[in-house]
Design a protein around this ligand. Structure first.
Ligand code: GDP
Ligand code: ZN
Length: 366
């Protein structure tokens, strides 16, 4: 998303939802206090913020309003700081966990060391980030802890993966301005394992945040964990930033067929050549253009197994037939019986339940 509609032609008020609390939406308007002509409310901050409800019409048509949404605000009550959301503009992107609309990029934060840079873990985060279809910006913090030669080695290696990381140090203030340039006027979600310096970074990027969340927990990350709601924070330069709760092993829930496209170095090969089979999973199929000599190929194979396992599990949940397993019953006779070991909670229709029960009771007589 490069161009954001700022104000629609018929003079409607447009804004961005920064937080959702119960049935209220905190909306940051595109217009500043000086732009509301005849009004003079010096106590308003710039940019203008209104606490909004959602119009009944939107509820009726099932239109959700989520953090990051671009919305039209009606009937602003400037004195009370209230308004009503009457429309939601089409979303450019949609992230789940955290659920945020219109995210431009994921800032993936890792440390060059302390905790050590684990290739497998980094790869996993990168693939997860790539699977969201929004841009990925890789930052390697704590560059103060390694030599320039060491940095070069890491840089060369990651270039082979198709990434050009930004080395930075929150502690020594290295490349913070460079990072801010990437964040200006964009919605960015920060992700990465714990201990790499995300909270330190956020506090440097948004110095006022300490004051705002300090009362609750002293730290954005912990505040988020306890309240469990997503919030976009304003960057002084004009962008918005959201934190994600620290998690060390993101789920890989993409389809096996898509997985290869989340590796830029393999994507490059597929852009100029094709495998013999259109449904090639790039394992041991003949005439595959992806197999072989790249560093992360073994990561690919491992993630592929996980993606296949995930898909199988999804199919089992969706398709009641596959929850019955074939059991041999002497004389080559086969019959289905319920898979009893399944721990997954499944919502089964009453009719299906009855049919299953009937089948169970009939079986001994067969
Ligand atoms: P988070 O878990 O990702 O939020 O990481 P924190 O912000 O809590 O930082 C973890 C530790 O790394 C803290 O002790 C920080 O002081 C330290 N740290 C953060 N940034 C840097 C840095 O640039 N260099 C060094 N040497 N330490 C850092
Ligand atoms: Zn292939």
């Amino acid at each position: 998303m490069t161009t954001v509609e700022t104000m629609s032609t018929n003079g409607q008020l447009l804004g961005t939802v920064l937080a959702v609390q119960a049935n209220f939406y905190r909306v940051q308007l595109d217009v500043g206090v000086g732009e509301i002509g005849e009004l003079d409310y010096p106590h308003f901050s710039h940019p203008l913020m209104l606490l909004c409800t959602r119009r009944t019409r939107l509820k009726k048509i099932g239109q959700q309003v989520m953090v990051g949404d671009r919305v039209v605000v009606d009937e602003p009550d400037w004195a009370g700081g209230r308004g009503a959301i009457s429309n939601v503009l089409p979303r450019e992107s949609l992230l789940d966990r955290p659920a945020i609309a219109n995210v431009d990029q994921i800032l993936l934060a890792f440390a060059v060391t302390d905790p050590p840079l684990e290739p497998y873990q980094l790869s996993r985060f990168l693939v997860k980030a790539e699977s969201t279809d929004v841009d990925v910006l890789l930052c390697l913090n704590k560059s103060d802890l390694v030599s320039p030669e060491e940095q070069q080695k890491i840089s060369d290696r990651l270039l082979g993966w198709g990434y050009k990381p930004l080395f930075m140090s929150v502690q020594n203030g290295i490349n913070i301005d460079e990072l801010l340039n990437h964040l200006n006027n964009k919605i960015t979600v920060i992700a990465g394992p714990s201990g790499v310096g995300k909270s330190s970074l956020i506090n440097v990027l948004i110095p006022t945040l300490n004051l705002r969340v300090g009362e609750v927990s002293g730290k954005l990350a912990r505040g988020r964990h306890t309240t469990r709601h997503t919030e976009l924070f304003e960057l002084p330069g004009g962008g918005l930033l959201a934190d994600t709760p620290g998690f060390n092993q993101p789920d890989l829930d993409c389809s096996p067929e898509e997985l290869i496209y989340y590796f830029p170095e393999a994507r490059q090969r597929l852009a100029v050549a094709s495998c013999r089979f259109s449904d090639c999973l790039h394992r041991d199929e003949p005439d595959c253009v992806v197999q072989g000599d790249w560093e992360r190929y073994e990561h690919y194979l491992e993630f592929l197994d996980q993606a296949i396992a995930h898909q199988t599990q999804m199919h089992e949940q969706a398709d009641p037939e596959s929850t019955m397993k074939i059991k041999s019953k002497g004389k080559g006779k086969q019959q289905y019986e319920p898979k009893l070991e399944s721990k997954k909670y499944r919502r089964v229709s009453r009719k299906t339940q009855v049919q299953e029960l009937e089948q169970l009771y009939r079986e001994p007589e067969d």
